[in-house]
Design a protein around this ligand. Structure first.
Ligand code: MD3
Ligand code: FE
Length: 219
């Protein structure tokens, strides 16, 4: 039997409680910890095939975050705009496939947060070093805005900025640490969000960086 506020999943009897950040935005603290070793291995494998790069924005500025992708499409940015692409512009090849451990983790987290049958087709992998940040933005390049986005935080902690439906809405600050998973769907799906400049530090998972995985249904 599960205690109130606890669910059986990757954790069996001991899963942490769900924390509602907002309606249909659910924080699952430590949800990815049982598979952290497998996550480190697949991130290494994917970024060997699809190398880290710092994309340029359409405005011509270099992003401070390094990125890679896996899945049937990857998120890219260049002087022509933001979009999903079936091939990696660095090498012209398809992106590496979504590893089974990632599909399982994203599907389990989404189900735990109330979104059954989530099957992402893209995983964007972001890498932050101290000082790197992501300004407030919306994720709206995906075709099916009814599907949630699942994000997994790994390595050094970061301050997540969670705004509202309008760019000018005041953003809440939510600390995210290694292993935390957040499911964003429904009415929170188009909320503005970002990451404050990463503070200096180190973490056993990946040294002086934070890695974030975002699972999306892009097609
Ligand atoms: C809230 N990444 O890649 S993940 C991104 O930590 C992105 O690297 C951040 O924003 C990161 O687009 C934040 C959390 C997140 C992702 C998607 C969302 C929060 C969201 C979509 C809607 C609302
Ligand atoms: Fe985003």
């Amino acid at each position: 039997m599960n205690a109130p506020g606890h669910t059986a999943d990757l954790f069996g009897e001991a899963a942490p409680a769900r924390e509602a950040l907002a309606p249909q935005a659910t924080l699952l603290r430590g949800f990815a910890l049982p598979v952290e070793g497998a996550l480190r291995a697949v991130i290494q494998e994917v970024t060997t095939q699809a190398a880290w790069r710092q994309p340029s924005t359409p405005g011509g500025r270099r992003m401070s975050v390094a990125m890679s992708s896996c899945g049937s499409v990857g998120w890219i940015s260049d002087h022509r705009g933001y979009r999903y692409s079936a091939t990696d512009p660095l090498n012209g090849h398809p992106w590496p496939p979504l590893p089974a451990v990632l599909l399982q983790l994203a599907g389990d987290a989404a189900a735990d947060a109330g979104f059954a049958h989530f099957v992402p087709d893209a995983c964007l992998i972001n890498r932050y070093v101290p000082g790197a940040s992501m300004g407030l933005h919306q994720d709206r390049d995906e075709r099916d805005l009814g599907a949630p986005i699942v994000s997994v935080s790994l390595g050094m902690p970061a301050m997540f900025l969670f705004g509202g439906a309008l760019r000018g809405d005041k953003a809440r600050r939510v600390p995210l640490s290694h292993g935390d998973v957040v499911v964003w769907g429904g009415v929170s799906r188009l909320n503005f969000h970002g990451i404050a400049p990463l503070k200096a530090g180190t973490h056993p998972f990946a040294g002086e960086c934070r890695i974030n995985l975002t699972f999306r249904k892009a097609l």
